[in-house]
Design a binder for this molecule. Structure first.
Ligand code: ATP
Length: 516
């Protein structure tokens, strides 16, 4: 671990927030917990589901060359012989002769117990697979293993998928599922647990094209984290040295994240060559050849494997999103989670518990929850309710006040900027949909002057006139759309990037999408 930079967040704060707000609890806590096993609470399950959905969307849903799979956790024991796990999936274990704590020998620096400084035993290899028994008799012949990775379920189904989908190389199979490892040293919250979830891609390619696909997937996967909000400076690629490469790998890079405890692996991208398919062909006696119809040749494909952890990604997103700032004399804790990851998308907050306000708020809540996870909160002051939502990363709060009963408008308040706009209730859902899909929300800054009133016509001539205001403040230009044919951009204000020469001729704000 190198290149440490100061970080604002420490792990205790993340653990405490997760506990306090119901993201993550220790497993079977009432019995004192179970070492390195965790339960995802009401908010955690949503966050984790969103991480998995964000992954599935880009690697399966939006691609022609990928399909999904959900293989069983228990597999034929021969799988693990063929894969090399029975022989080789082991870590060197040492034990402290004084306090009897056990450690991974390759993580010990000076050969003394990190806890008490005591003398350590000689290392012995310890297999990380959990064993159990199939059927009522507990004997060696009935041993099965809880899978330590999801990948093998994909390899053994390679021919099934080729035959049923008629996919042509290059193509991939993606899978999300639980994996189990009897890790020697655990800790760092959900970073390393004994039961965890993986998101794995096995991408099958023609030998000779493997390097190019390896580079492609490395970049794709790195970009996925950046697009979902991880800061670039908190990510790095680390190539495995020759002595570190797994027995199956030709090349491997880790995508590391700067977790609170230092740089650590978030995802591994490996070029596995033809190792896995050849091994399973040998062990099962079934062909793993692929027939290339164009070249009229049979060969065993090479495999590129981007293997990510759901829990580690979730932890990285939480760490990167966590922030504290002073607002109105109080510390405001915010999770700047990407909209697509936020467990709750919108909070509905009636200003009072009195009728007929409550009826209107309930109606809005019922309407919005058809689209998103929405929370209704009417307890305590509005300021407190905003803070509660900021702390769990809710991007938008919708406030219903007595004015709403008269003008049929409600307030949308944005998490990061705390800016607010009023929108007609009839436009609430479409406005929130636009905002949640990435449009920015702005209001005219204090002191902003409207200096020009104009009528605009969409260049294609298809749209009706739109009334807009232009404004300048401290050199920043703003555009205030008073009305548009769709109604979506009514009363919305956007900043115009300083680099943009014209009012409309730029690409980075929503005006472009609507009006260019
Ligand atoms: P490490 O070196 O940290 O033990 P690894 O190299 O053994 O990880 P892989 O076998 O490459 O991990 O597994 C792929 C991904 O699965 C990892 O990048 C990580 O995100 C996740 N993962 C592996 N082991 C664990 C674990 N014990 N707890 C949580 N996630 C894990």
């Amino acid at each position: 671990m190198t290149q440490e930079t100061p970080r604002k967040v420490d792990m205790e704060k993340i653990v405490s927030l997760c506990r306090r707000r119901g993201f993550i609890f220790p497993s079977s806590e009432i019995y004192g917990g179970l070492s390195s096993c965790w339960d995802y609470g009401p908010l955690g399950v949503e966050l984790k589901r969103n991480v998995k959905e964000a992954w599935w969307r880009v690697v399966v849903q939006e691609r022609d060359d990928m399909v999904g799979l959900d293989a069983s956790i228990l597999m034929h024991p021969q799988t693990w012989e063929a894969s090399g796990h029975i022989e080789g999936f082991a870590d060197p274990l040492v034990e402290c002769k004084s306090c009897h704590l056990r450690w991974r020998a390759d993580e010990i620096k000076d050969n003394n117990c990190p806890s008490c400084g005591g003398e350590l035993t000689e290392p012995r290899m310890f297999n990380l697979m959990f064993k159990t028994f199939m059927g009522p008799i507990e004997e060696e012949a009935d041993v099965v293993y809880l899978r330590p990775e999801t990948a093998q379920g994909i390899f053994v189904n390679f021919q099934n998928v080729v035959n049923t989908t008629r996919k042509k190389l290059p193509f991939g199979i993606a899978q999300i599922g639980k994996a189990f490892r009897n890790e020697i040293t655990t800790g760092n919250f959900i970073f390393r647990s004994r039961e965890f979830e993986q998101m794995e891609i096995e991408f099958f390619v023609k030998p000779g094209t493997d390097k190019e696909w390896f580079d492609y997937w490395l970049e794709e996967r790195l970009n996925w984290y950046v697009k979902l909000g991880l800061r670039k400076e908190n990510l790095r690629l680390r190539q495995h040295g020759k002595d570190e490469l797994a027995h199956y790998a030709k090349e491997c890079h880790d995508i590391d994240y700067l977790f609170p405890m230092g740089w650590s692996e978030l995802e591994g991208v490996a070029n596995r060559g033809d190792f896995d398919l050849v091994q399973h062909a040998r062990s099962s006696g079934k062909s793993m050849d692929y027939f290339d119809e164009e070249a009229k040749e049979h060969f065993v494909p090479y495999i590129i494997e981007p293997s990510a952890g759901v829990d580690r990604s979730t932890l990285a997103f939480l760490c990167d999103a966590y922030d504290e700032e002073l607002a109105e004399g109080e510390t405001r804790v915010i999770l700047h989670l990407h909209h697509s990851l936020a467990p709750i998308k919108v909070a509905v907050l009636p200003l009072s518990r009195r009728e007929p306000l409550v009826a209107l708020a309930k109606q809005i809540h019922a309407d919005l929850r058809q689209c998103w996870m929405v929370q209704y909160d009417d307890a305590q002051s509005i300021g407190r309710r905003y803070r509660r939502q900021d702390e769990i990363g809710t991007p938008f709060c919708t406030t219903i006040d007595f004015q709403s009963l008269e003008d049929n408008q409600v307030t949308i308040r944005e998490r990061d900027s705390m800016n607010q706009i009023r929108v007609p209730i009839s436009e609430l859902k479409t406005t929130l949909a636009a905002k949640l899909s990435g449009e920015e929300l702005f209001v005219l800054p204090p002191g902003g002057q409207i200096w020009k009133k104009e009528k605009w016509r969409h260049y294609s001539g298809k749209r009706k006139n739109c009334l807009s205001h232009k404004s300048r403040l401290n050199g920043q230009r703003w555009i205030h759309l008073l009305g548009s044919s769709s109604g979506l951009w009514d009363n919305v204000i956007f900043p115009i990037p300083r680099s943009s020469k014209s009012w409309w001729n730029h690409t980075s704000d929503p005006c472009h999408q609507v009006w260019m």
